[in-house]
Structures are given as C-alpha cells and as structure tokens.
Design a protein around this ligand. Structure first.
Ligand SMILES: NC(=O)c1ccc[n+]([C@@H]2O[C@H](COP(=O)([O-])OP(=O)(O)OC[C@H]3O[C@@H](n4cnc5c(N)ncnc54)[C@H](OP(=O)(O)O)[C@@H]3O)[C@@H](O)[C@H]2O)c1
Length: 260
C-alpha cells in the first residue's frame, strides 16, 4: 500500500499539499491512502470527504509523547510504503522572548522541532528509494529574528536537521527537503497574534498556500534540492542574509518593525 503522510493537514499549507498531491499531481503518482494528521478531527474529516484518495485520519496532538507511539503502531500494523512525508504541523508567536508564555516556549520547540524529528525517524524505515520527505521550514531559518525569536530558532533547527538528514540519506535514494517560504496567508496568523497581541507589524509580502505548495511539489519531485525557497524576492532575501553580517540584518528587521 503506497501512502503519503501529511501532518498539519487540517489547514493552511498541509491541507493545500493534500489537495494538490491528489488533484494536481505533476507526475500522476498513484496513492492508495493519505494519512492525515492534526488535532482537529472534524477538519481532517472535511478534507477526507473532499479528496478522491482514501484517507486515514489520525487526530493526534504531536506535542504529546503518546502520539508518536500511536503513529508507530499504525505504521507497524499497516506496513505501508510511505512515498511522501510532509511535516507541516507547526506554529509561532509574534512576541518577545520574555513575553512568550512558558507553555508556548515548550509548545513551539516540541511541535516544530521534536515532533518533526520523531515523525521523520518513525517514517523513514517505511520509505524506499524515490520517496520524499518535505519538512516545512521558513525564511526565518536563515537569520536570528527578534520578536519571533523562539519560532525562528526552531526553524533554524529544522533547516540544519533537514540538510544533514538529506546528506545521510544519499545512498538510500530517499530525498529530504526543507521548504522555506516567506509570509503565507493561513491560520498561522490567528495563533501568532492571539487577541491581536503582536510585536510584528510590518509584512513585506504575502504568498498564497497555492503558490508555495505548487513550487514545493515541483521541487520535491525533481529531487535536486535540499532547500526549496519559493519566489525570487525571497531567494534574494536569503542571499542577503548570507552576505551581510547578521547584526546588520537584524537591525534592518528591527527598523522595519519600528523597534529602533
Ligand atoms: N504562514 C506563514 O506565514 C508561514 C511561513 C513560513 C513557515 N510556516 C510554517 O508552515 C507550517 C504550516 O503552517 P501554516 O501556515 O499552514 O499554518 P496553519 O494553517 O495554522 O497550520 C498549522 C497546522 O499545524 C497543526 N497543528 C498545530 N498544533 C498541532 C499539534 N499540537 N499537533 C498536531 N498538529 C498541530 C494545525 O492543526 P490542528 O490545529 O488541527 O492541530 C494545522 O493543521 C508551520 O510549520 C509554519 O511554521 C508558515
């Protein structure tokens, strides 16, 4: 049984990935099942009803240790061939380091880093040469970002992890790629700015999940990159973060956010 495992499938980029993999698959890949993971079962059921591929719903909170055991048990029982893994579950807070509640400090690190690594580790034994792992990362992975500090640091972890993993997997034919978009219009902002409370007020450009995921799926199937940065302007921004001292890059960001 050939499957795709998609975390964060209840909204935003995860949901869009499931839709495009089903309806706009550029290589016409056949899947027997999609395994959809997130906490909101009703949202996953809505998506499953919309797709023409059979879906298995795993309503799991990936910050809970027992969720890994539940996922491992599903894999062990079904013994599928996992052709695609997308890890899109994640969130951030637009708050200073000291204002970020302790629960969110743990929550962001547990979900964005630990859960992503654990699901990747559990899934790889069920992959074959030609399988793909896409870890949803962020433009913020390339530089320190004050006032989204913990989130950005978690995404720097994802970038480093994914690139090294891809190198380790070279001989297996399994590819791992970090997807690093700029700002994307999703429910991410509902959680980043609870009750409108935010330290971030300037956003240079917004992308649609449709555009980001189209680029991601194209690059995933090409299998040539360990990092996918959709859009030329964002690529240029990443290039500058590599060229300029990070002290200066942070200064520009703080000025944009009217913090200087
Ligand atoms: N939007 C942006 O501007 C942007 C930019 C760069 C990178 N990203 C990254 O893109 C990824 C997807 O975010 P998005 O923009 O699509 O936001 P989103 O619409 O808020 O989606 C986040 C997903 O994560 C799931 N999730 C949250 N907490 C979870 C938990 N404890 N256990 C399991 N699943 C959980 C949510 O489902 P439930 O609530 O149902 O659990 C949801 O499906 C994230 O990693 C985010 O950091 C976003």
């Amino acid at each position: 049984m050939k499957i795709a495992v998609i975390t964060g499938a209840s909204s935003g980029m995860g949901r869009e990935f499931a839709r495009q993999l089903c309806y706009e698959n550029p290589i016409g890949e056949h899947f027997d099942e999609f395994w959809l993971i997130a906490r909101r079962r009703d949202r996953l059921e809505e998506l499953a009803a919309e797709l023409t591929i059979r879906c298995r719903i795993l309503a799991l909170d990936l910050t809970h240790e027992e969720s890994y055991a539940a996922f491992a048990a599903e894999l062990e029982e079904a013994k599928p061939e996992v052709s695609v893994l997308l890890n899109a579950s994640g969130y951030g807070k637009f708050l200073s380091t000291m204002d970020t509640p302790a629960d969110d400090v743990s929550g962001m690190i547990d979900l964005n880093c630990k859960a992503l690594v654990r699901l990747t580790q559990l899934t790889i034994p069920y992959m074959r040469s030609g399988s793909h792992i896409v870890e949803v990362d962020s433009l913020s992975a390339f530089q320190p970002v004050p006032y989204i500090n913990i989130y950005a640091a978690s995404k720097a972890f994802v970038l480093s992890f994914t690139r090294a993993l891809n190198a380790e997997l070279r001989k297996t034919g399994i590819k791992a790629m970090a997807l690093c978009p700029g700002w994307v219009k999703t429910e991410f902002f509902n959680h980043a700015e609870p009750n409108g409370r935010t330290e971030i007020t300037y956003f240079n450009k917004f992308f649609t999940p449709d555009f980001i995921i189209k680029t991601a799926i194209r690059d995933m199937y090409r299998g040539k990159k360990d990092v996918c940065i959709p859009d030329f302007a964002i690529k240029a921004q990443v290039f500058l973060t590599k060229l300029l001292p990070h002290r200066l890059v942070m200064k520009i960001w703080l000025r944009q956010q009217k913090k200087l």
